[in-house]
Write a protein that binds this ligand. Structure first.
Ligand code: PEP
Ligand code: MG
Length: 324
């Protein structure tokens, strides 16, 4: 079976009726690059930049970061690489930057940390921009956004770094800037956020955790954590509806995109791209190639009427197995 799936790498990700669903990969380590290219990814939808920070013994310098980012941008060129600014806090700690809090997932996380430390943010953005010189396939993505002020402040800092580097003589194009939708409150500000940026990407791992108030890493409540919970599916659908008609493209880069059942529903909702761990790409592509877009839409309409995750999972199992 695996062999059959590997053979898909060169085939397009499209439905039986010719609808194209671009599949991207999530990366973090340099090793992820070869793996992703072998699986026929159409770019990077999420580069978790905290990974190189986590394997370092101190904050990596601007030139050290630049080298890591250049490697990613070059490997995927001319396809886009979406680099997320440092997303530490929550469950991701840097040994040289301890954060001790009673509620880390509700605390100092992601953009909250870097906006409080603009020097860290600026060094990182400068390194990304320097790395993109001559390639121009860089997108910058902001994690854990919970209000419009954070979006505006981040854009101001990125613009400042861009102008500084241009005046230093670099030939740069402005990167696309995007916001992660992973804090439930932002679901209700999608149109306002979409006016400020170029793309949105849903972090379904955190969005599920926060919508259902279930720690994504706590085994005791693991059976309550499901992205197939009707509340989550309705939230994802609401985001797609709200984004539709804005100038933003919409992606989803959580684990749900790497589950063929999730991918099919997201395609039906109108997500423009899906980003997943490379190992899941072949099975997602295989599922997409086996059905028509209208089959996916019918399935979505049926699933959105159900009341529990269990019902959703059971109904999906039936349809997916009928697809062979
Ligand atoms: C997410 O929250 O869904 C996501 C993609 O980011 P991370 O898993 O790194 O928090
Ligand atoms: Mg997240």
């Amino acid at each position: 079976l695996q062999k059959g799936l590997e053979d898909l790498a060169g085939l397009p990700s499209e439905t039986l009726d010719g609808f194209k669903m671009p599949l991207m990969v999530n990366t973090g380590l340099a090793q992820d690059i070869t793996h992703s290219l072998n699986h026929g990814a159409e770019g990077v939808g999420l580069f978790r930049t905290e990974v190189p920070f986590m394997v370092s013994e101190r904050f990596p310098s601007e030139s050290e970061q630049q080298a890591v980012y250049r490697e990613q941008l070059e490997a995927f060129y001319p396809q886009p690489v979406t680099m997320r600014t440092l997303d530490i806090g929550g469950d991701k700690a840097l040994p040289y930057f301890p954060i001790n809090e009673a509620n880390p997932f509700l605390g100092w996380r992601g953009i909250r940390v870097t906006l409080d430390h603009p020097e860290v943010f600026l060094v990182q953005v400068r390194a990304m921009l320097r790395a993109s010189e001559g390639l121009n396939n860089l997108n910058i993505m902001l994690p854990m956004i919970s209000n419009l002020r954070e979006v505006a402040e981040s854009i101001t800092l990125i613009e400042r770094a861009y102008k500084e580097l241009c005046s230093e003589g670099l030939q740069l194009e402005r990167p696309n800037i995007g916001v992660m939708i992973e804090v439930p409150g932002t679901i209700y500000q999608v149109p306002q956020i979409a006016r400020l940026v170029d793309f949105l990407s849903v972090g379904s791992n955190d969005l599920t955790q926060y919508l259902l108030a279930v720690d994504r890493n706590n085994p005791r409540v693991a059976d309550l954590y499901s992205s197939f919970h009707p509340a989550v599916l309705n939230a994802l659908n609401t985001i797609a509806r709200a984004c539709h008609g804005s100038r933003c493209s919409l992606s989803l880069c959580g684990e749900l995109a790497g589950d063929p059942r999730g991918a099919v529903l997201l395609m039906a909702m109108g997500y423009d791209t899906l980003s997943m761990n490379a190992v899941n790409l072949p099975r997602v592509k295989s599922a997409i190639r086996k059905l028509r877009k209208t089959d996916a839409e019918n399935l979505l309409n049926q699933v959105l009427l159900l009341n529990t995750s269990e019902e959703v999972v059971a109904s999906m199992a039936e349809t997916m197995s009928n697809l062979g």
